[in-house]
Design a protein around this ligand. Structure first.
Ligand SMILES: Nc1nc2c(c(=O)[nH]1)N[C@H]1C(S)=C(S)[C@@H](COP(=O)(O)OP(=O)(O)OC[C@H]3O[C@@H](n4cnc5c(=O)[nH]c(N)nc54)[C@H](O)[C@@H]3O)O[C@H]1N2
Ligand SMILES: Nc1nc2c(c(=O)[nH]1)N[C@H]1C(S)=C(S)[C@@H](COP(=O)(O)OP(=O)(O)OC[C@H]3O[C@@H](n4cnc5c(=O)[nH]c(N)nc54)[C@H](O)[C@@H]3O)O[C@H]1N2
Ligand code: SF4
Ligand SMILES: [Mo]
Length: 622
């Protein structure tokens, strides 16, 4: 019997763990309390030996000999045949229809072990010349991760993570870490013990919400109105950080009431001594124009959602709205995370903006105990943005239809993939796990689209309804059978300090290979070896690790990982400003206005209807 230090890679939590091996078989996984993410394991982690030993695991590469839509009649083939065929078909498609005719897809790194290799998959895609990655960004990454950029110029939350260790108040909005990210749940329990407050906004009182000081049982889909209501109270009562708002948001910038654009003096934005309220006449090239500070316009936008009106819309009692506004102010710094519950609505962009504005009012951005950019062990980035030519990038599916949308970051929605496959702009798909047919809307259309492809290769642990539509299926090793390098474990500075080279616990099933091995083997066969250390994964890891001062040998010798001391840094915006057009937190977004969207959050009309009293929403259970 042997115990192997490892971590569970099966979801975003990446819990530190010890694996027990008996007679060459992986028999148990237990939490490792010495690991910074090793407080607990969920049922999925505990059951991971069953996943590894499951009788339905794919063990060999296979090619389809039957028709798409009919019985696939899989035939076992060798890895050489599989990789040679894939490389030949992909090169042919790139040659005839352009590399953009091949899309890549991946399971979500938040819910699978693909995080081990997603950066390398990105590198392969870009070196190949395809700007198209389908990875569920529109379902659970848009509002929080990308649309928050319209307010903060960065992923907030996402890049800027809640500093739960030091928070005065934790705000979870449409987020249930007890199921979705165990490390956040355990860190929240600790924070509560030392006196931090907890506010949860969720239609259901589940998981960590049972411990909340205030739980707001919002009516699904009315979060934008609720956030504006909280902002209204904070502003009316003066419960906001005036200095921060004046100095670091575009609140004082004067907005022309005739065009909605900022008043400008040459390149500079016009303010009146950084005053936040009032109305002013400003001399412009078009004559004297009435202007209001952006902050005054925010006040106007919040006014219709004063607590009594918001109660009727959201179902949250007015007194509770007041209470939360006060709690956020009095127990700041506020550490915030919001996820699926507010990302899967039609107004996810504006919800992210509205909650972002509430957050900005607290002045907690990038201060200890607020949302911070956790320090990282220095490493070379390997996802290869430099490998994709700008002209290829401009061809991302959806870029013309929605220029501010996910396509800006080379992310493609399943809807766009399906449309492209059905009208033959997309000819090929390289799939790393994504189970599109089950996980994305409109399964029938999804099946038709995948069946219409000229060539589809899919790598997975199991034969899913999506994999069944492939031409070639590749067996993937589970994370317990493969090596992976993890630089930092996100949840805290201590966790970020840990670098761990996860060793295989047991040998792979059958001929299964890791995604990483598949990427490197495919890259060399595609003639892209120069970007992949000629297929040498160790050399690639060495390159990645070079700035850290750690060696591969050192990490292999210490499978529990090596810690590199890190010092947190705060308030980086003081030297850099924000990555937005105004270099400030954008309470008011001229960029959204220019593209035909509301420059301030505008909730859709969602008054409860007697005819349709129920609202469909979703939540994860396991
Ligand atoms: N009904 C329902 N639909 C949903 C959701 C929901 O909760 N319920 N959630 C939505 C959200 S937020 C998301 S992100 C998407 C997620 O959708 P997907 O990203 O498709 O995720 P999963 O269905 O969990 O996993 C897809 C496949 O990945 C395989 N897999 C796991 N680990 C690896 C690995 O390391 N390598 C490879 N190659 N394959 C691996 C698994 O075997 C599985 O077959 O689903 C969305 N759709
Ligand atoms: N165990 C496990 N963990 C996972 C995953 C998994 O499949 N299983 N998937 C991973 C992935 S891909 C993702 S995206 C994350 C998602 O992580 P979460 O976002 O935490 O997961 P959900 O359960 O989808 O949504 C969170 C909460 O939002 C609430 N909610 C629903 N509608 C609304 C609404 O209109 N407003 C508000 N305020 N709340 C609402 C739900 O009741 C639910 O409790 O989890 C990741 N972690
Ligand atoms: S929470 Fe995620 S990482 Fe932790 S044990 Fe469960 S599946 Fe594994
Ligand atoms: Mo997700």
């Amino acid at each position: 019997m042997a115990d192997v230090p490892t971590f569970c890679a099966l979801c975003i939590s990446r819990c530190g763990a010890t694996a027990t091996v008996e007679n060459g078989a992986f028999v148990a996984l237990a939490a490792d309390p010495d690991h910074p993410t090793g407080r607990a394991l969920c049922v999925k982690g505990k059951a991971s030996p069953e996943l590894v030993a499951h009788p339905d695991r794919l063990e060999y590469p296979m090619k389809r000999t039957g028709p798409k839509g009919g019985s696939p009649d899989w035939q076992r083939i060798t890895w050489d045949e599989a990789l040679d065929t894939i490389a030949a078909r992909l090169r042919e498609l790139a040659h005839t229809h352009g590399a953009e005719s091949v899309a890549f897809s991946a399971a979500s790194p938040s819910t699978s072990a693909i995080a081990d290799s997603i950066d390398w998959i990105q590198r392969l895609r870009r070196a190949f010349g395809s700007p198209n990655l389908v990875v569920s960004m529109e379902l659970c990454g848009w509002g929080r991760y990308l649309a928050s950029g319209f307010t903060f110029g960065t992923a907030m939350p996402g890049a800027y993570m809640p500093d739960l260790e030091h928070a005065g108040c934790i705000l979870y909005w449409g987020y249930n870490p007890s199921v979705a990210r165990l490390t956040h749940a355990t860190a929240t329990v600790d924070a509560r013990k030392r006196g931090a407050k907890l506010v949860v906004v969720d239609p259901r009182r589940v998981g960590i919400a049972n411990q909340a000081d205030v739980w707001l049982g919002v009516r699904p889909g009315t979060d934008c109105a609720l956030a504006l209501s909280i902002a209204h109270v904070m502003i009316e009562r003066g419960w906001f950080d005036h200095d921060f708002v004046r100095e670091w948001t575009n609140g004082p910038f004067l907005v022309r009431t005739d065009t909605g654009r900022f008043a400008r003096d040459g390149d500079a934005y016009v303010t009146r001594d950084s005053v936040l309220r009032g109305e002013f006449d400003v001399a412009t090239a078009d004559g004297v124009v009435r202007c209001k500070p952006a902050f005054e316009l925010l006040v106007d936008a919040c006014r219709p959602f004063a607590p009594a009106a918001a109660e009727a819309l959201t179902g949250v009692p007015a007194a509770e709205i007041e209470r939360v506004a006060q709690l956020l102010w009095e127990s700041r710094p506020v550490a915030y995370y919001g996820w699926g519950g507010i990302e899967q609505h039609r107004d996810a962009t504006q919800i992210a903006r509205a909650v972002g504005i509430v957050y900005a009012l607290t002045g907690s951005f990038d201060v200890r105990g607020g949302n911070v950019l956790m320090p990282s062990v220095p490493a070379n980035p390997i996802d290869g943005p430099e490998l994709l030519a700008a002209e290829q990038r401009a061809k991302t599916l959806g870029a013309t239809r929605r220029p501010l949308g996910p396509a800006r970051w080379e992310f493609v929605t399943s809807d766009e993939l399906y449309a492209g496959a059905l009208d033959r702009r997309v000819r090929g798909l390289v799939g790393f796990g994504a189970n599109l047919v089950l996980a994305q809307p409109d399964s029938a259309r999804g099946r038709a689209a995948l069946a219409a492809l000229d060539f589809y290769v899919h790598a997975d642990l199991f034969m899913t309804p999506t994999a069944e539509l492939a031409d070639i299926v590749l067996p993937v090793a589970s994370p317990f059978e493969s090596e992976a390098l993890k630089i930092g474990f996100e949840v805290s500075v201590a966790a970020q300090s840990l670098v761990q080279l996860r060793r295989p616990v047991v040998a792979p099933r059958g001929e299964a290979r890791s995604d990483l091995q598949i990427v490197f083997a495919l890259a060399t066969r595609l003639g892209l070896g120069e970007h992949f250390w000629n297929g040498d994964i160790d050399a690639a890891f060495r390159h990645q690790l070079a700035p850290s001062g750690l060696t591969l040998e050192q990490l292999r010798a210490e499978p529990a990982g090596v810690r590199v001391p890190l010092e947190p840094q705060y308030q980086r915006y003081r030297t850099r400003g924000f990555g937005t057009p105004t270099r400030k937190i954008e309470l008011y977004s001229e960029q959204l206005l220019a593209h035909g969207y509301a420059p301030l959050p505008d909730p859709p009309a969602t008054a409860p209807s007697n005819a349709f009293p129920l609202v469909l929403t979703s939540a994860k259970t396991t």
